[in-house]
Design a protein around this ligand. Structure first.
Ligand code: URA
Ligand code: SF4
Length: 231
């Protein structure tokens, strides 16, 4: 596929009769909505309670997630769990997922090096994400970093400027029509809720001053905690 071809997208792989997260999850291994399925070990679908009040959206599975088959079970996930705990959010209130559901990487020697997904992958995969929202009906969606922000808020959203604010959902920010969140092709309606953007836990791991970056993440998650508690 050349860069100018748009991938077919995930929509056609989502069963019309998906009435539960388990139905969605069962269909995800068959997705060929973009080329990323070909080199990854497996699809990594979202995980958490079907009644979770908070849905956290990362970028894509990392190396560890690709091998284990679950989101946020590697180093970034451990850090995120610590931050969630410090912010006073119960793990049972959270459903974790990613904007893109297959690991994108390039080989360097024998090592698999993470590659940021392109817009075409984010767009191709978004129907899964929107379908998860439609079934979960979360009170708060947490956007972790730039890729999730691109998926849900469009390319002009700046996490560094708008992090930690409670934004309305789905018209959370200006977004061009092609980034419209709901309804999408196929007619999935996402119920209104709130949205908070923050930095990705991997950005904390990469920061020069990790403590400050970690505390900033915790502060944003405290905003999430109070938004989820209904105020
Ligand atoms: N980073 C992400 O964005 N998601 C994961 O699941 C793991 C690391
Ligand atoms: Fe389908 Fe998303 Fe995987 Fe692409 S990354 S094949 S759209 S599940």
């Amino acid at each position: 596929m050349t860069a100018t071809d748009s991938p077919p997208g995930a929509q056609r792989f989502i069963p019309d009769e998906a009435h539960s997260l388990d139905d969605l999850k069962a269909a995800a291994p068959g997705c060929r909505g973009c080329e990323l399925y070909a080199d990854a070990t497996q699809v990594v679908f979202g995980r958490g309670d079907a009644h979770a009040k908070i849905v956290m959206v990362g970028e894509q599975p990392g190396d560890v997630e690709d091998q284990k088959g679950f989101p946020f079970v590697g180093p970034a996930g451990h850090l995120l769990r610590r931050a969630v705990d410090e912010a006073g959010i119960a793990p049972s209130d959270i459903y974790l997922t990613n904007a893109v559901k297959h690991f994108r990487f390039e080989m360097r020697g024998k090592r698999r090096i993470h590659q940021t997904p392109e817009r075409q992958h984010i767009e191709a995969c978004r129907p899964w994400l929107v379908s998860e929202f439609a079934l979960l009906r979360p009170r708060v969606v947490v956007v972790l970093g730039a890729t999730a922000a691109k998926a849900l808020l469009g390319p002009s959203f700046r996490v560094t400027k708008q992090r930690g604010q409670v934004l309305p959902w789905p018209d959370a920010a200006q977004h061009p029509d092609d980034f419209r969140v709901a309804p999408i092709e196929g007619g999935v309606e996402v119920p209104p809720g709130k949205l908070v953007a923050t930095i990705h836990p991997s950005a904390v791991l990469r920061a020069d001053d990790r403590d400050t970056a970690f505390n900033g993440l915790v502060d944003d998650l405290k905003v999430v905690a109070s938004a989820a508690s209904g105020r």
